[in-house]
Design a protein around this ligand. Structure first.
Ligand code: FDP
Length: 488
């Protein structure tokens, strides 16, 4: 380890400046090693393409087909990848004038209702076009039923006039159970039905769906000139038409991997390691004896939270995660992409040693922890880029338990909870704690279970020199569950 550090120091020290890598919308598709050189997006072909493309993703489908859930997920995914995206929900514009209409408002023979709904769509599209004037704003999601060919043609023409590409994304689903659970979960909590008896709300909502069914036109050959993606029965069949460029295909690829069946994701750091005990970062150390105790109790903790649900365990390729997962009675997969953030020349040092040997870097990391890249190593931004295939696989999967590392866990958590780049690298993730995340229609639900096994704290607060190494008691709480929720 020491040898490696010295070698790197010799090469870099004289001209070395702390590596601060700022955001660039195209970063997620460039190899990490090229990110710095191609600082300006105009400097490489892929960057130019991304910067020049503005896309409006137009949702299509009857009410209660999961359109808003899909729209929210796409925005969160893109934002996580530093692609500026925004959802324009036409219902919110309509509610500004007509807060709680009943089903007859949506009858197309109701002229006044028709006018007000058209005005809401007009206002949303106008705002969206304004939003696109800002250079970095790249992808908008227009969330509405957009259920007729006329309406879709109108949106396409408005976007064409502004040089905005359109992808129509239809969610078509006839599965009664799914529609019913959507009606109950989403719509009885919708602002349209606030304060209303849930049964009455569900009835009214069913009537509203009937109104839309009278005029609804699915995407078909008449619209063969449109770029579209038709998701049938929650992804069991997907039809794509005229996908044109890289960014469009990335969005479509993500959509193709989504499913909205109920499931949970569990994430845990590995048990306390020998390096955690000595305060060293990185490395490939074994578990400490308390870490091994955590590995022993983890199966029970998981059972307490997941019951008999089938699950698959994912670990990194480092010893401490495999040792933590060893007693779990489930299928296991190890992923290189889940390895801890590479701390380059600082691998094996304590935070105090880093501050002493690389004071400028230490300061630069505190100033912008998300973008700071360790010399010869990685930044949080780099980790997000390499985690993208993991997220894609997670979206395709059902119940998964991930045993990983502090920085990687923060990045995965940020994807599900929509945490900002400023906050997520500073999130406190105690050792010996199992986090359960359950994606819901508009949010991800969180529960934390703490094992009754003491561990050091590896959390270093911004601006402080060293980690608070506790006696092993303070960071642990044998408390059962803390719950929280965030917008999805
Ligand atoms: O980004 P910071 O807050 O330094 O956290 C990442 C660090 O967490 C550590 C522990 O300090 O992870 P891990 O528990 O997997 O060993 C280091 O190895 C890693 O460099």
């Amino acid at each position: 380890m020491a040898e490696k550090i010295e070698q790197f120091s010799n090469i870099h020290e004289p001209q070395h400046k702390p590596q601060l890598l700022k955001a660039s919308p195209g970063d997620f598709m460039r190899p990490a090693s090229r990110t710095r050189a191609s600082h300006s997006p105009q400097a490489n072909g892929i960057g130019v393409q991304v910067e020049d493309t503005k896309i409006c993703v137009v949702m299509v489908g009857l009410p209660a087909r999961g359109k808003s859930l899909i729209a929210q997920k796409v925005v969160r995914y893109l934002e996580w990848l530093s692609i500026t995206a925004k959802c324009f929900n036409v219902g919110n514009y309509r509610r500004a004038g007509t807060p709680q209409p009943n089903a007859s408002f949506f009858d197309t023979s109701n002229k006044e209702g028709e006018q007000l709904r058209k005005a809401a769509a007009e206002a949303a599209v106008t705002d969206m076009c304004k939003w696109f004037k800002t250079t970095d704003n790249l992808i908008a999601i227009l969330d509405a039923t957009n259920s007729t060919k006329t309406r879709r043609r109108w949106i396409k023409e408005r976007c064409d006039a502004e040089n905005i590409e359109t992808i129509f994304v239809e969610s078509k689903c006839d599965d009664e159970d799914l529609i019913m659970s959507n009606i109950l979960e989403v719509k009885t909590t919708s602002p349209d039905y606030k304060g209303m008896d849930p049964e009455e709300a569900a009835r009214d909502f069913r009537n509203r769906i009937k109104m839309y069914e009278k005029v609804y036109e699915t995407l078909d050959e008449d619209e063969a000139d449109l770029t579209y993606c038709k998701i049938i029965d929650v992804g069991s069949k997907v039809i794509i038409n005229r996908i044109q460029d890289y960014l469009q295909s990335r969005v479509v690829y993500y959509l193709m991997n989504l499913h909205i069946k109920p499931r949970s994701i569990w994430i845990s750091r590995h048990g306390e390691s020998e390096f955690n005990l000595s305060g060293q970062i990185g490395g490939d150390a074994n578990l400490s004896s308390r870490g091994q105790m955590y590995a022993k109790v983890l199966p029970d903790l998981v059972k307490q939270s997941a019951g008999d649900a089938p699950l698959t365990v994912w670990t990194s390729t480092l010893k401490r995660t495999a040792q933590t997962a060893r007693w779990l009675p489930y299928e296991k997969l190890s992923w290189k992409a889940l390895d801890e953030l590479d701390s380059g020349v600082c691998d094996g040092l304590t935070y105090a040693e880093i501050e002493q040997q690389y004071p400028e870097d230490f300061k630069a990391r505190d100033e912008d922890k998300y973008n700071y890249r360790y010399l010869g190593g990685e930044s949080y931004r780099d980790v997000v880029i390499r985690l993208e295939p993991i997220i894609m696989e997670l979206e395709r999967s059902e119940n998964i338990l991930i045993v990983t590392h502090q920085a990687v866990l923060r990045c995965i958590y940020a994807y599900f909870m929509g945490s900002s780049q400023k906050k997520s690298p500073w999130m406190e993730v105690p050792l010996h704690c199992l986090i359960k995340l359950t994606p819901r229609a508009y949010s991800t639900q969180e529960e934390r279970l703490h094992a009754d096994v003491p561990a050091v704290s590896t959390f270093r607060e911004k601006g402080s020199a060293a980690v608070h190494q506790d006696s092993g008691e303070a960071s642990t709480r044998p408390s059962p569950v803390i719950s929280g929720q965030t917008k999805g």
